[in-house]
Write a protein that binds this ligand. Structure first.
Ligand code: GRF
Length: 211
């Protein structure tokens, strides 16, 4: 059984999708801990409601980003995860902690990377006049939102879309995307490092599509 740790700062809908899939028997994994920088995050509440180890690491008690990352990953490492999933974790991890775990952290990002790393992705896609938007699951490397992309989901932008409507329409696709990537990982079909992704023993030349 694949052991997953989840880092999340916000409402935790991706976490909830994982918990539901595991409970329905649709994902052969177990969530060994949920970690958040926000005490009031929905993610911690969902974890507690499901009886999952839930840890708040308070940035205010740490003097530097490196101190926070040390405290966070001490708690994460204690759970011995095979995979660490960033699902709406809104802090940038220091290069050292990422470099030490480079083939073990993935992130879900709401854009078709390499387009729109960083924040406000929906607004930026609309402002650019894009016809298509989407989300990516990628390997986390020290550079922000820049690791190899494992898989993407695509969505057409509607003429009347706002950042809010686009984000809301994309969210269920994000959940499907993340769950599919986790299933492939749990089934042993997906391997990756800082440079390459292998799917069914073939090196990927483009991200997988989950549409
Ligand atoms: C998602 O849109 C994800 O792509 C982004 O942050 C959001 C997290 O949503 N990184 P939730 O907290 O899982 O509901």
């Amino acid at each position: 059984m694949v052991r997953i740790a989840v880092l999340a700062s916000g409402r935790g809908s991706n976490l909830l999708a994982m918990i539901d899939a595991i409970q329905r028997g649709e994902l052969g994994a177990c969530i060994v801990g949920v970690f958040s920088d926000k005490a009031a995050s929905g993610a911690l509440a969902h974890a507690r409601a499901a009886g999952i180890h839930a840890v708040h690491v308070d940035p205010k008690t740490c003097s530097t980003r490196a101190d926070f990352d040390c405290a966070l990953f001490r708690a994460v490492d204690d759970c011995m995860p095979d995979l660490i999933v960033c699902a709406g974790f809104m802090r940038i991890l220091s290069p050292e902690v990422v470099a030490a775990r480079v083939a073990r952290i993935i992130n879900i990002h709401p854009s078709l990377l390499p387009n729109y790393p960083g924040l406000h992705t929906h607004q930026r896609a609309i402002a650019a006049g894009d016809i298509e938007h989407g989300a990516s699951v990628h390997v986390v490397i020290p550079a922000l939102d820049a690791g190899p992309v494992i898989a993407q989901t695509h969505l057409m932008i509607a003429a009347n879309d706002t950042a809010e409507s686009l984000a809301a329409r994309l969210l269920p696709h994000e959940h499907r995307l993340l769950l599919q990537v986790l299933r492939w990982f749990a089934e042993g079909r997906l391997r990756f490092d800082a440079d390459h992704i292998h799917f069914d023993e073939h090196k990927l030349t483009a991200p997988l599509r989950v549409d």
